[in-house]
Design a protein around this ligand. Structure first.
Ligand code: FES
Length: 184
């Protein structure tokens, strides 16, 4: 319904388009009456764009143990939060940057070595990669595996193999305390 409202809003607001809308509404006897009532109500339910843009969440990570991961939703996107093991951190740090399709040192990918926080959307065509659960395939590099077309990410969520053009994106986030994250 939002797109319906946007379509009407986005018609330019000129006299011509307003007349078109009124003509359409008048032409749709009965149904037009319902639509005219429903639209202002639905429109008032939509959060303003600036409210959406500012939306942030706080996440308690105190119960996530080393080697575990949780997924939270932020602005409609999955955010992968993983507590990396010492081996995963070492693997991410030791990699030769020249071998990476989208070179980035591990230090540019994390704020604290133990915590990897990334947007869980494959940068190829937008699938959700596997690997958050220990039981899911993580690919050859121990991070994430996208089953759609076989992209493989390492333990810093950098693309290592497959068609994805770049590393998993990082959300805006900060540590409020050692056990609480603010995303957005
Ligand atoms: S969408 Fe992930 S590899 Fe294509």
């Amino acid at each position: 319904m939002a797109s319906h409202a946007e379509t009407i809003n986005g018609s330019g607001g000129g006299e011509q388009s307003r007349r078109d809308f009124l003509t359409l509404a008048a032409g749709a006897v009965g149904v037009g009456g319902v639509a005219a009532l429903a639209w202002p109500f639905i429109n008032s339910m939509n959060p303003a764009a600036d409210v959406l843009a500012l939306a942030s969440i706080e996440v308690d990570i105190s119960s996530v143990k080393t080697g575990q991961a949780i997924t939270v939703s932020w602005r409609g996107k999955p955010v992968f939060i993983r507590s990396r093991t010492a081996e995963e951190i070492k693997a991410a740090v030791d990699v030769d940057l020249k071998s990476l399709p989208d070179p980035a040192p591990d230090s540019a990918r994390v704020k604290k070595p133990e915590w990897l926080v990334v947007i869980g959307i494959c940068t190829h065509l937008g699938c959700i990669p596997k690997g958050q659960k220990i039981t899911e395939p993580r690919g050859e590099y121990g991070g994430y595996f996208c089953p759609c077309h076989g992209s493989q990410y390492d333990t810093a969520a950098r693309i290592r193999k497959g068609p994805a053009p770049r590393n998993l994106d990082l959300p805006d986030y900060a540590f409020i305390t050692d056990t609480k994250l603010k995303i957005g």
